[in-house]
Ligand binder design. Structure first.
Ligand SMILES: Cc1ncc(C[n+]2csc(CCOP(=O)(O)OP(=O)(O)O)c2C)c(N)n1
Ligand code: SF4
Ligand SMILES: [Mg+2]
Length: 284
């Protein structure tokens, strides 16, 4: 039986009280409750406070460039589709610098889970506006207030017909754990956007601010199969902010289209040097 302790306990560089701690806790709990062994899991990330998360649990890890958590995730998934692959990223890393990878991997639909620590700020670089920062929020750089229209990741994902779209809150670890479990179990590209207070640099979207607004969508109240309703729901913000699974659309994954994977993971194929020679010769 797998336990949370199997994923280890490490010292972090996060500020005391940061929402990242709860996301780490929820990921460990979700993996343990699903019975995933550390060696069966790969976490990829880019650059940011959020992207440090894979350093703080025991499993396979690839920490790459800013905005680039998804390319190694899909590469690894194709090489070994038996791996449980999670890309862990921040709102800047995923929706800003990595925006093109976000859009096009939704279209590809690899069977991976994307967890976005959405603190509505660039935390690591000390508090510049990110794509999800609120209009009017003042920062050291945006000292007259943010005037770029915020990006709504859920609406964007639903408009692209993303296979699984959800939102959690770092202040509700039980609910977030269940969401991450559902996202991992879903076959296809699964987005978990997590509202995560940054206690050092985002003085607007605090634990109190989120707690006063977030609510769990109940199953009888929302059907994730209805794309138009899901889109409408994704527009709810300000006074009330819904949490839960917004949209689900089961469809073939990227790996399903790759016939070569039908006989098993590529990593289990024995290398045949003669075939490599034949291939190289064919280019002469
Ligand atoms: C190409 C590139 N541009 C900019 C940076 C500087 N940089 C590093 S982390 C970061 C912002 C991270 O913000 P986010 O992804 O929201 O993560 P957080 O720290 O808030 O968790 C920036 C701008 C970089 N490392 N590489
Ligand atoms: S700067 Fe913000 S996001 Fe980064 S560790 Fe500190 S509180 Fe967390
Ligand atoms: Mg951020």
């Amino acid at each position: 039986m797998v336990s949370v302790e199997d994923f280890g306990e490490y010292e972090t560089e996060w500020c005391p009280g940061c929402g990242n701690f709860m996301i780490l806790k929820a990921i460990k709990r979700a993996l343990a409750e699903l019975g995933k062994e550390p060696h069966e899991v790969l976490l990829t990330s880019g650059i940011g406070q959020s992207s440090k998360l894979p350093h703080y649990l025991k499993c396979n890890v690839f920490n790459g460039l800013h905005g680039r958590s998804l390319p190694p995730a899909i590469g690894a998934k194709v090489a070994n589709h038996e791996l449980t692959v999670l890309a862990v990223t921040g709102d800047g890393d995923c929706y800003g610098e990595g925006g093109n990878h976000f859009v096009h991997n939704i279209r590809r639909n690899p069977n991976i889970t994307l967890i976005v620590h959405d603190n509505q700020i660039y935390g690591l670089t000390k508090g510049q506006a990110s794509p999800t920062s609120e209009l009017g929020m003042k920062t050291n750089i945006q000292n007259h207030g943010v005037f770029n229209t915020p990006l709504n990741p859920l609406s964007l994902a639903i408009s692209l017909d993303c296979s699984f779209v959800s939102r959690g809150f770092a202040g509700d670890v039980d609910h977030l754990t269940e969401l991450i479990k559902k996202a991992i179990q879903h076959k296809g590209f699964s987005l978990v956007d997590v509202l995560q207070p940054c206690v050092s640099f985002n003085k607007l979207n605090t634990f109190k601010w989120y707690s006063e607004r977030v609510y769990r969508m109940e199953e009888e109240d929302h059907s994730p199969k209805d794309r138009v309703k899901a889109f409408e729901r994704s527009l709810e913000w300000d006074e009330r902010i819904p949490l839960g699974v917004f949209y689900v659309n089961e469809k073939p994954t990227f790996e399903d289209h790759l016939e070569i994977l039908a006989s098993g993971p590529l990593v289990k194929n024995k290398a045949d040097p003669e075939k490599v020679d034949e291939l190289l010769d064919s280019f002469i």
